[in-house]
Every structure is written in C-alpha cells, then in structure tokens.
Design a protein. Structure first.
Length: 89
C-alpha cells in the first residue's frame, strides 16, 4: 500500500521511480526490510539521501535508520516528507 502511494508522490513530482539502487537520487526504504541499516549506510556513503519509514511503534528501527544516516519518519509522515525531499533535491 505505501509503495503505491509513494510511487504516486514521486511521479506527481515529475520524477521516475526506479528499483535500481545505482540509479536513484533519493532512496526510500521500509525500516522493517531485511538488512535495511546496511543498505542505508551504503547509500549515505555514496551521497544519496535516504528516507526511511515504518510503524511509530517501532521506534527502535526508526532510531537505527537515523543512526545510519537516514531521515526516518513514521508511516503517517512519509508522504509529506517525501514531497519535501523531492522539492529540495
């Protein structure tokens, strides 16, 4: 559900959605995905901004994503934050 909504936000900004890690300008990840912290660190090391999202009840995962260099927000704020990031990138 979130991926469809987020893809609509990206397309609405006139930007393409890609699943290619190497070709992204902003990475958007679910904090509950496997090995997400390692993926965040890899993108951050390459200079790619990362937006991580997840359930507000998983503050531990959101904190870990922040510690790895991502902007991490609860699910309720991800669409708004993505719009903001797309405007500044």
């Amino acid at each position: 559900m979130f991926r469809t909504k987020l893809a609509a936000v990206v397309r609405g900004a006139g930007v393409d959605v890609t699943l290619d890690d190497a070709g992204c300008d902003i990475a958007v990840v679910d904090v509950e995905d496997r090995a997400v912290v390692d993926r965040i660190r890899t993108w951050v090391a390459k200079g790619v901004p990362v937006l991580a999202y997840g359930p507000h009840v998983r503050a531990d995962l959101l904190r870990a994503a922040r510690d790895a260099g991502a902007v991490a927000v609860p699910n309720s704020a991800v669409e708004e934050k993505l719009r903001e990031l797309l405007q500044t990138t």
